[in-house]
Write a new protein. Structure first.
Length: 437
């Protein structure tokens, strides 16, 4: 039996046992599950609040809503970032109403209280009308843990949360290779989707659905079971690696000239005709060309990356709800968050962050060629506009699964071995939420 994967990591180190808990249907629609998740998961973990690049001057802010909460993250005089609950200390009005904004003082729209970027109350109307005198300088917004990593501002509602680096564990160290902080967010779509957030998690925690649901990727990503690496980390995060620019091992006789792979060969100065009848060897040839020509073509970031990282797809899921699919030149964020009131809905984000490609004003992302410019989040009414063709396919089954999981005919699921990450995810949730039936 092989003890190392093609990444050079010991397989046994990333393959913890599972118990086989039943994956009940109730968890996808019951309020008691949503309440337990709020108490034991959402208020205890780290969240991505937005892009650090949107914070340039003291007083610039980001907001992020999760469940019924809203968090405001404010840029400080020294460039660091602090996060606060987005609620005025006077009578609770929400302070910041846009996802990105900024002013020297954050002003409440109800009675005009003003807060400095460090959360300290700086101005009130009629200050002498308060018992004990003016509250300015004495009152402060409720601060919560906040840090910047990977180009994102992160926050946690748990004052005792582990530092982000410890929470990320090995996944954080591995992700450093892509130099996420040097990338620009070029696509940011958000939609309210009619399914529980965990259905989307389950989907991104397995690749068993790829041949059926996403047949279009088989020409350039090897989705065959024996070519895919599955890893699970003790922190609850996991990783799946599929070889890129390699046709699926499920279709060994495919014609290379019919594949998107042919374009990649030409870009890296190879002749697709030389690979007729041996398409599976194109990956290694392109990898060699990337090493040889990458710096001259402007792909300076390859120098700090491993061989697999500059050609394959590394698909990380950070527990509980953030998927980062790493491409050689960019990455997707695929996140599902709980709806404020309805366990049968969730908020889905699909972002793409990319390195600038020299001599090009576009980058290739999940929507095809995309202008290289920083974008803000665009909210889409579900079903009225695409979220990306692969994401649309995933969402279409997610809403169908939400229906089926209500059936008395669904008795708890039966997973394939390669769906172990789905099992692991639910067992961790069962333990955190204290629900084992
Ligand atoms: S609620 Fe904010 S100033 Fe009154
Ligand atoms: Fe999918």
């Amino acid at each position: 039996m092989t003890v190392e994967s093609f990444l050079g990591r010991r397989i046994a180190d990333y393959d913890p046992p599972v118990r086989g808990d039943r994956i009940t249907g109730e968890r996808y629609y019951a309020q008691r599950w949503a309440d337990a998740e709020w108490q034991h998961v959402w208020t205890r973990t780290w969240h991505i609040g937005g892009m650090a690049a949107d914070l340039e001057e003291a007083g610039d802010f980001l907001t992020h809503a999760i469940g019924r909460e809203s968090i405001v993250m404010l840029c400080q005089e020294d460039g660091s970032v602090k996060a606060f609950y987005n609620a005025c200390k006077h009578r609770g009005y929400r302070l910041a109403w846009t996802e990105v904004g900024g002013a020297p003082l954050l002003t409440c729209g109800y009675h005009g209280w003003k807060y400095a970027p460090d959360g300290t109350l700086a101005h009130v109307q009629d200050p002498d009308d308060f018992p004990g005198g003016s509250p300015c300088g004495k009152v402060k917004l409720e601060e919560i843990p906040c840090t910047v990593w990977g180009g994102f501002v992160w926050f946690s509602m748990d004052r005792d949360v582990a530092p982000l680096s410890a929470w990320l564990g090995a996944a954080g160290v591995q992700l450093e290779q892509w130099q996420m902080g040097a990338m620009t967010r070029v696509m940011a779509l958000k939609s309210d989707v009619p399914c529980n957030w965990k259905i989307i998690r389950d989907n991104f925690n397995e690749s068993y659905h790829l041949p059926t649901l996403h047949p279009q990727i088989a020409g350039s990503i090897d989705d065959a079971l024996d070519g895919t690496i599955f890893e699970m980390n003790p922190e609850g995060h996991n990783c799946m690696v599929m070889r890129g620019l390699k046709p699926s091992g499920r279709y060994p006789t495919a014609d290379i000239l019919e594949m998107p792979l042919a374009q990649a060969l030409e870009y890296w100065e190879l002749d697709p005709k030389d690979f007729e009848g041996r398409a599976s060897q194109a990956r290694d040839a392109i990898l060699a060309q990337k090493r040889k020509l990458g710096a001259a073509k402007g792909y300076a970031h390859y120098a700090g990356m491993g061989d697999s990282e500059i050609i394959d797809y590394h698909h990380y899921t950070l527990f509980p709800n953030i998927t980062l699919t790493m491409w050689p030149d960019g990455f997707q964020l695929l996140r599902s968050e709980p709806h404020p009131t309805d366990p049968e809905r969730c908020i889905f984000d699909h972002w793409f962050m990319a390195h600038e490609i020299p001599d090009s004003d576009v980058v290739f992302g999940p929507m095809g060629p995309t202008p290289f410019e920083q974008v803000e989040r665009e909210t889409i009414i579900f079903g009225t506009k695409t979220l990306g063709d692969v994401a649309d396919q995933d969402m279409s089954v997610a809403i169908g699964q939400q229906q089926g999981l209500h059936s008395r005919g669904y008795t708890g699921g039966m997973l394939a071995g390669q769906e172990k990450r789905v099992q692991m995810f639910h067992e961790r949730l069962n333990d955190l939420c204290g629900i084992h039936d």
